[in-house]
Design a protein around this ligand. Sequence first.
Ligand SMILES: Cc1ncc(COP(=O)(O)O)c(C=O)c1O
Length: 384
Amino acid sequence: MAEAHCTHPFDLRERSDLERRESRKWSLFPGTIGAWVAETDFGTAPAVKEALHDAIDREVLGYLAPPIARELSQTVADWLQDQYDWRVEPQRIHHITDVLAGLRIATRFVTPGSPVIVPTPAYMPVLTLLPAIGHPVIEVPGTIDDGRWQHDTDAIDRAFSSGAELLFLCNPQNPTGTVLARHELENIATVVDKHGGRVFADEIHAPLRFDGRPHIPYAALNDATANHTITATSTSKAWNVPGLKAAQLILSNDADQAKYRREELGAPFEASTLGVIAANVAYRDGREWLEEKLTYLAQNRAFLQRLLAEHAPSIRWQPNEATYLAWLDLGEPTPDAATAFREAGVALTPGRACGEGYENFVRLTYATPKPILADAITRIGRAL
Ligand SMILES: Cc1ncc(COP(=O)(O)O)c(C=O)c1O
């Protein structure tokens, strides 16, 4: 049995406690290990909790106040500068409820009804949201090179030629965990620029990288990408506060910024006040906690490899470069695998929800205490 080496406080979080909390992760499929949604079981940074308690004590519960919003814009600008060497004016950073709200806004910068390119496998809701708001999706499967998922830029080129105007670019990528290198971003930028296309850069997973891999914001590459990109990010994944509903939309194109204000594409008070307060503290004072969590997640990533080798050797997995998601290849189309695993006590995301042709995959969230991870993989192994 692969040894868990439980020495970290995160290891000691009990399944029964997690189940008692009112989380979607653990309650949507009662009686199973919640390994499907991209949330962690580690709570959030102490500084974030303190700030929330303090805000409640001071009854800061009204619509988002301009000084609080301005403070977060400045903090995000500082974060982008320190972490990624990207200089953004704070006035370009807008507060929205979540990243998908940002995607909806991004579609206002292209022709109504024009197709959107979504590289696959993809974060599932993107594939359903876009058609629901009148934008057909052109799925562009990525390619695999030496086990690593990457973009098929020729296919993206063809999709733009066929009439798409917007590319959904998720970096780091959910679910594969690929972090795009500069030359990869440049290849994409060349294709987009050739077609006068636009990019929605979903960089929500950027703080969750391993092995010292840098994150290069796509809009920060050069003037062309700054001009054709709408960026969204959030503290919701890295600091695990998705229920607080506050994300950031970054408009690096002057015309977008003017249109956003003129047409009031996002209400200035739509993000949640507590969410904005939490995000401000997370980016500013939650860095040490994030580092510690990343160390734990890196251990889990290695532990997952050992667990799979021992209990489910037929599953192929290329350890992710970022995120805490594992994109597991079952080797052959197994459309009912997620159901079978759920019956065995582990709730995962079926690969087919991430795009066409992924029936042989499941997505697993491994941001859970090691004993629970071990239990999950043992159950998966048995179900196989
Ligand atoms: C790639 C990606 N984009 C967007 C989201 C949505 O996050 P939120 O609703 O917190 O903005 C998620 C959530 O898992 C995600 O993984």
